[in-house]
Write a protein that binds this ligand. Structure first.
Ligand SMILES: NC(=O)c1ccc[n+]([C@@H]2O[C@H](COP(=O)([O-])OP(=O)(O)OC[C@H]3O[C@@H](n4cnc5c(N)ncnc54)[C@H](O)[C@@H]3O)[C@@H](O)[C@H]2O)c1
Ligand SMILES: [Fe+2]
Length: 396
């Protein structure tokens, strides 16, 4: 097997990195005169966008703030409308400062600036013709790892699905990992985005495309997130927990870039596309149930996951020599975290009913890019059964 591993061209990491962005843009990107800053309301409110503009200004880089804020889980049409409003204005760099929604939108706006095509023509793998404007991506959630991946996900309302655009042309020139930016994350976002990051690592590790490079990042991501997700949720001001989560998220993204996600994400896409359930929430709800449904197919790999969780959480005792027992132990820990960090457990809260399950299963099965990477081939009936586990009123 020949493995191609690519990621962001440069990564700056550590507390205080945010204060060095302008300097790194200068040294990594050369003569930059004008920057477009893409962000979201929460980031404007806490003053980060303005602080970055002042920093850029002091370094002689003029900046414009994208007039419209990016809303969570953007639709392809939202991004195209923003691109149209920019009216072809030229920038040397696009800077994304925010959660995955902002980072993905920044990547796509940068691609649209150099590719005069509808976003729907770019769906799938390697369908972007020209390099976009260079990007700098600064995550403020510890979740998507978008700052190091070739992916951007858009909601396509006509198809009631979220769909990935995957292209080497979406890798940023610079990723900036500063855990201080994540200190303001509300509990529910910490929980959902953190479980999303864990899912990237886990699915990349048990997926068919797993390889030695993705394994290294995935196991370290699992170790870091296992040891910090509950602490980050309960004590959001812990910079140690926030740091571990941010590195865990970036490593999860690198694992994903080298391997790929699988059935959990495929089942999450119709929940996002049709019922508007946030990406991290949908993944976190599904994760234990998808893993339970395929534990037999992945028990060998899961013993290694168990070992990484033991290292992360310090749970040294009670280790079993039995592969199945260790896999069960790891699954129980994952299910336990979703409860501890308050992940919703009932799809009925979002308006999903039993009657929706066949079409949801059909939608998930259409996400071939991810289903093909899953270790077990699920039938439509099995997919429905997984969704049904999240409708406790159905008496299951
Ligand atoms: N590109 C990839 O590889 C990849 C991987 C997974 C998911 N995604 C996509 O990313 C999107 C989800 O991104 P996300 O999970 O990071 O959530 P998000 O970007 O939608 O943010 C969630 C909420 O948290 C707020 N927020 C962000 N940072 C904050 C901070 N520091 N303090 C306070 N509030 C803050 C946002 O404004 C928003 O309201 C989805 O569209 C998903 O499909 C992309
Ligand atoms: Fe994800």
């Amino acid at each position: 097997m020949s493995i191609l591993f690519q990621t962001a061209s440069s990564i700056v990491a550590g507390t205080g990195s945010f204060g060095t962005v302008a300097g790194h843009i200068r040294s990594q990107l050369g003569p930059v005169k004008r920057a477009l800053l893409v962000t979201s309301p929460s980031i404007r409110r806490n003053g980060l966008a303005e602080a970055l503009r002042v920093q850029l200004d002091n370094a002689g880089i003029a900046s414009a703030l994208l007039e419209d804020d990016i809303r969570p889980e953007p639709e392809a049409g939202d991004i195209e409308a923003m691109h149209a409003k920019l009216g072809g204005e030229a920038f040397d760099v696009y800077i994304g400062l925010g959660g995955g929604s902002v980072l993905d939108a920044t990547k796509l706006l940068a691609a649209l600036a150099k590719n005069d095509k509808p976003l729907t023509s770019m769906l799938g793998i390697d369908n972007i013709e020209n390099d976009g404007v260079p990007t700098v991506l600064i995550p403020t959630t510890s979740g998507t790892g978008s700052e190091v991946t070739p992916n951007a996900i858009v909601t396509i309302p006509e198809r009631q699905l979220k769909i990935g655009i995957v292209s080497r042309r979406l890798y940023p020139k610079l990723a900036v990992l500063d855990p201080e930016l994540t200190l303001t994350l509300p509990k529910a976002v910490t929980a959902a985005t953190g479980m999303d990051a864990f899912t990237h690592a886990l699915e990349s590790f048990i997926g068919r495309k797993a390889n030695p490079i993705s394994d290294m990042f995935a196991l370290e991501s699992i170790r870091l997130i296992s040891g910090s997700i509950v602490e980050a949720y309960e004590n959001g001001s812990s910079i140690a927990a926030r740091s571990a989560m941010l590195y865990g998220s970036a490593y999860g993204g690198m694992a994903l870039a080298a391997s790929g996600t699988a059935a959990v994400h495929a089942l999450a896409y119709p929940l996002g596309g049709r019922f508007g359930i946030a990406h991290g929430v949908a993944n976190a709800m599904l994760l234990p149930h998808v893993m339970e449904a395929q534990l037999g197919a992945v028990a060998g790999r899961f013993t290694l996951v168990a070992e990484a969780i033991r290292q992360g959480t310090g749970a040294a005792t009670g280790r079993s020599n039995d592969e199945g027992a260790e896999a069960e132990w790891a699954l129980a820990r994952i299910a336990e975290w979703t409860q501890w960090v308050g992940i919703p457990q009932n799809l009925a809260e979002y308006g999903v009913t039993e009657a929706d399950l066949p079409s949801l299963a059909e939608g998930a099965s259409q996400v071939k890019r991810l289903m093909d990477n899953n270790p077990k081939a699920f039938s439509l009936g099995e997919l429905e059964q997984i969704y049904r586990k999240l409708l406790p009123a159905a008496g299951i």
